[in-house]
Write a protein that binds this ligand. Structure first.
Ligand SMILES: NC(=O)c1ccc[n+]([C@@H]2O[C@H](COP(=O)([O-])OP(=O)(O)OC[C@H]3O[C@@H](n4cnc5c(N)ncnc54)[C@H](OP(=O)(O)O)[C@@H]3O)[C@@H](O)[C@H]2O)c1
Length: 288
């Protein structure tokens, strides 16, 4: 991976940190993206100590805030006119209905719209690489739901589970719809199910009851280590075996079927249009 530029969102903890570490170990230039600069500097220092890779960078972006995403993407594009890998990984689980500064429910904004907007903004650099890889970290929890078009924010009937599952289904729809619309054949996009991974995702924006539930779930069901959970993202981002594979849903480094709802092309196109509108993309996704 020497000479390749990889961007990893949510690289300050969990699966994203391990993905950034592994790509740095392989010699890539790695840009870590996170919402907390202290954690970002610490993550970079740990990766540097482990790999001696000098090509490590950090940019602060709050993925719940579209202006922050735009600023970060602009800075990254200025620094890197060619980007080989984008791993959309930053994710959240929120117990109570919480609108963002843009007035969008937080889980939908961070887990889906941020993937959509960030990919759009970085696309001019992504398309310049010879073998571009985009990885969207989704989850098998998407099997539990369909899209709630009547109220995508779930403002009237919010539940953390429904909102998380819907956002992860949106990741799969985005992946498949991107594949259908993409103007550049050399750009690969895939969605990933990491498995149940022992991270703190369920402890950060949750009630004590949900936090307890997550602690029990990740322990009793023996969640994988974050390093194990990152394996499919790393495989898709860097392996020769994954070259040319695109528009698929992956688990344990193998493609598998996603939920029946995720193959609804009408819903995918509708979500794409709504996402463009919510992100203010008057110019269209692939322009820029
Ligand atoms: N853990 C699992 O069992 C599991 C299963 C299926 C899918 N996933 C998916 O895997 C991905 C990574 O999750 P994880 O389990 O590794 O969780 P994690 O340890 O909590 O890591 C999530 C990362 O996203 C960042 N993040 C959260 N909200 C953000 C925001 N508004 N702006 C910028 N960065 C933000 C976090 O930053 P901080 O360090 O500042 O918190 C952290 O770096 C997510 O997309 C999740 O949905 C996880």
């Amino acid at each position: 991976m020497t000479g390749k530029v990889c961007i990893v969102t949510g690289a300050t903890a969990g699966i994203g940190y391990e993905t950034a570490l592994a790509l740095a170990k392989k010699g890539a230039t790695v840009m870590l993206v996170g919402r907390n600069t202290d954690k970002g500097q610490m993550a970079m220092a740990r990766i540097h100590t482990a790999t001696r890779n000098e090509e490590l960078f950090f940019v602060n972006a709050d993925m719940s805030d579209q202006s922050s995403i735009r600023d970060a993407a602009l800075a990254i594009r200025e620094q890197f006119p060619v980007i080989d890998v984008l791993v959309n990984n930053a994710g959240t689980w929120v117990s109570q209905y919480t609108p963002t500064v843009d007035g969008i429910e937080t889980v939908f904004a961070v887990n889906h719209l941020a993937y959509f907007l960030f990919t759009h903004l970085l696309y001019p650099s992504l398309r310049n690489a010879p073998d571009t890889r985009i990885v969207n970290v989704s989850s098998d929890s998407h099997f539990q739901t369909d899209l709630h078009f009547e109220d995508l924010n779930l403002s009237k009937n919010y539940s953390g589970l429904r909102s998380y599952a819907q956002s992860k289904l949106a990741n799969v729809h985005f992946t498949y719809e991107f594949e259908r619309r993409k103007p550049d054949a050399h750009v690969a996009i895939n969605a990933v199910q990491p498995g149940l991974v022992y991270t703190d995702i369920g402890l950060k924006h949750t009630t004590w009851l949900h936090a307890l539930g997550w602690k029990l779930r990740r322990s009793i069901w023996r969640g994988m280590t974050p390093a194990e959970g990152a394996q499919t993202s790393i495989f898709l981002a860097s392996s020769d075996a994954a070259k040319g594979q695109s528009g698929l849903y992956w688990d344990r480094c193998k493609p598998k079927p996603s939920s029946p709802a995720s193959y609804n092309e009408e819903n995918a196109a509708r979500l794409w249009g709504i996402s463009e509108e919510l992100c203010g993309m008057k110019e269209g996704f692939f322009a820029g």
